[in-house]
Design a binder for this molecule. Structure first.
Ligand code: SF4
Length: 352
């Protein structure tokens, strides 16, 4: 079990995730792609989920939707409001998807059926969940959701290949909000778009989130985008939640070296000095290091890090991380300050 989640002030959470695990049973052995992840999300909150490829972000998103297929297996509990998704039978979870929890997929082109008009693809979601809805109401609702994502009603008559990348992504957002779910997972919704369209798409998601009071989980790699869009940020590494907390607090005072290194690798216009990536690669989930999974890449690793898996520790009411530095005087902040003082030239040169 992970540490108890400290209570937050405010309304009851709309999403509650308790010790969520995803295991894949392969010929090479058991692989845990999501490892005892716990967090809560309030109504209308925006949570960012970052981490390198293979960190378990998309696996966790699929697990929240109960879309992990065999040989994958889910354990733990996921609640949307009072409804426990993890205990639902197949019919109940089919009804809950898109109605309680929706998803904006990563690749809009492959998410939309290329040989079916947009109208039919939106109608499909409405009619599966509300089969008694009259045709006129379906038609009106399609026009309404297209307008909500700033697309003309005539777009309903087109095929996906007749739309630009940004328009396709807007159609995916329209489908995700068509039934007004309480939670939306947006899995790298702007990854294939140019920066202008990225901004427009994120503005649309942000506006809909406010208007419908939907809680949003935004998955991505772009720490700059996260800094602008989300209220809270969570960082995953090798299937585990390394750190979670208010976005401003994580950027100002990260308590896990991986969070700190992700933030340090973010290029900024005013930043002068060496542009530093994170050395090494994420470990294979089939042969994880002992103790802390990040220790082979961590510049602050200590002897205990190879022996003991760090437990989650709270830093205030809504900030947690798993790092042995939390038990060392000065913590990560002290180590960063000591490092900067001992190698003043390390940040000179490089990109400016
Ligand atoms: Fe680094 Fe040790 Fe913290 Fe892991 S527990 S992140 S190896 S300092």
């Amino acid at each position: 079990m992970t540490a108890a989640v400290p209570s937050r002030e405010g309304p009851a959470p709309v999403l509650r995730v308790e010790d969520l695990c995803v295991d894949y049973f392969t010929d090479a052995g058991r692989l845990r792609a999501c490892d005892q992840v716990s967090f809560e999300l309030g109504p209308g909150q925006r949570l960012g989920l970052v981490g390198e490829s293979g960190s378990g972000k998309s696996t966790m998103a699929l697990a929240l939707m109960r879309m992990i297929k065999p040989p994958g297996k889910i354990a733990g509990r996921v609640f949307v409001g009072d409804d426990e998704l993890t205990s639902m039978d197949d019919n109940a979870i089919r009804s809950a998807r898109m109605r309680l929890i929706g998803m904006v997929p990563q690749a809009a082109m492959s998410a939309l059926n290329p040989v079916i008009r947009i109208r039919a693809q939106i109608a499909d979601v409405l009619q599966v969940h509300e089969p008694a809805m009259p045709d006129a109401q379906v038609k009106a609702r399609i026009a309404e959701v297209l307008e909500a994502v700033e697309l003309r009603p005539e777009v309903a008559n087109l095929y996906p290949h007749e739309l630009s990348g940004g328009m396709k992504q807007r159609v995916c957002i329209a489908i995700a909000v068509a039934l007004r779910p309480k939670v939306i997972i947006a899995d790298e919704p702007t990854s294939a778009l140019d920066v202008i369209v990225q901004r427009q798409v994120m503005d649309t998601i942000g506006r809909l989130q406010r208007e419908m009071n939907i809680a949003v989980i935004l998955i991505g790699h772009d720490m700059g985008l996260m800094a602008q869009f989300v209220d809270r940020l969570s960082v995953m590494y090798a299937g585990k939640l390394a750190e979670i907390g208010p976005t401003g607090e994580l950027f100002a005072r990260p308590t896990h070296p991986y969070t700190h290194m992700l933030i340090s690798s973010l290029p900024t216009l005013g930043k002068k000095g060496v542009f530093r990536g994170i050395p090494g690669i994420t470990p294979s989930l089939l042969s994880l290091p002992s103790g802390c999974y990040f220790r082979t890449r961590c510049p602050y690793a200590m002897p205990i890090c190879s022996e003991v898996t760090p437990a989650q520790q709270a830093h205030g009411t809504d900030h947690r991380s798993s790092c042995h530095l939390s038990n060392v005087e000065g913590g990560l902040t002290g180590r960063i300050a000591a490092e900067a003082a001992s190698v003043p030239d390390a940040r000179m040169g490089g990109f400016s």
